[in-house]
Design a protein around this ligand. Sequence first.
Ligand SMILES: [Zn+2]
Length: 481
Amino acid sequence: MADYDLVVRGGTVVTAVDTVRADIGIRNGRIAAVGESLSGADTLDAGGLLVMPGGVDTHCHIEQLQEGGGADEETWETGSRACLAGGTTTVIAFSAQFKGRGILEPLAEYRRRAARAMVDYSFHQIITDASDEVIWTQIPAVVESGVRSLKVFLTYDALHLDDRGYLRVLAAARRTGALVTVHCENYEAINWRTEALITAGRTAPMYHAWSRPSMIEREATHRAIALAEMVDQPIQVFHVSCSEVAAEIAAAKHRGLKVWGETCPQYFVLTAADMDRPGFEGAKFMCSPAPRTQQDHDALWQDVQRGTLDIVSSDHSGWSYEGPKGKRVNGIDAPFRDIPNGVPGLTARLPILFSEGVGKGHIDLNRFVAITATNPAKLFGLYPRKGSIAPGFDADLVLWDPRKQVTLTNAVMQHILDYTPYEGRPVTGWPVATLRRGAVVMRDGTTRAEPCSGQFLARAPYDLIRPRGVLPDGFDASAFA
Ligand SMILES: [Zn+2]
């Protein structure tokens, strides 16, 4: 009898620390051995390929519910296919709260919808209304069910919490053992500037960037960190767009705070100038925070390489361009503030980071694995099940051809949407096979998984996000308010 169900043979195995030639022995969907000359009932030849942990994308909007009913156009089935095509095997999506309503019923609906997934998954619980019932009763129940991260928006009319609401969520997270993730932009400043731009007749997509310059992201990041420090609650800052903002995170880390930073592929390749393309085309590049400048790209890579930024996620948006809920929902003359935000990127995440980051010498292979799989798995409590290659981990692997050249097009993305902001962009390095818990679920772009084969990942308490126990005056206000 063979020692293993499957052996991935002869590849170069890359983790966040090591790069070694080795075979991987898989038994019952998990990695059982990393060694030499392993033999299995089945063999997958990885000669000439890199073998890396399947991508862990901890910021994706998939089938997110809309206030008026219905959901994102991207479904769990199509979103999963896009993930597998791009080498990603685990995602964390969102369960949203609508103001004035609770979070338990929506989460049950998200769980029901996500049962169709072909990737393994969890959720961040968005809190938009920090009522007593939500803070004291519902958040503890949600966290206890394994959804161990909360998300707060400091901007957007329908979503934003004021500082007091944010403090209450920080306190609730501290009491229940959850991580808080934050969208950092200054709500009042954006609204004030947006009104001025629209009054001045500056309504085209490019003015989206003008409405939210970098200092309003920097200010909100500084404030989010200071308030988290006061509560002694760890946070992760989402989608840092430029080095000026990353500097706030570097300063927090330097002071010993548990503050982590995420950025996204779009901030390495898109610029504000993309939103100035003719006609309404610029809307395809609109996301928040806004893409910055070419010079910002290099500086942001340095923040990734030196460890200021820990994670690179897609922030995949589930809206199309031309579809009924898409960018053109309010017409092609709609002022920028009425155009849905966000860009899709489930499939493009790993190829862009590999091609731009590893290919152009900004980061090495190990850092690539760290920011796309190991760090997100660790920070969000999926470790040591997801995010690395060692005995005991789920056999989630991507077999990667580092030399394969591909031109990114919408067809290549395999999502349900009708555009990609990366149309026509050449990349070098491409996933040729994806394994999820030991099964080959993508081969040469073809998905082999069945709907409902993904698993919900309930996240248990873990040490990394434990508060430091350092409180101003030693007084723990979170126990009372
Ligand atoms: Zn997002």
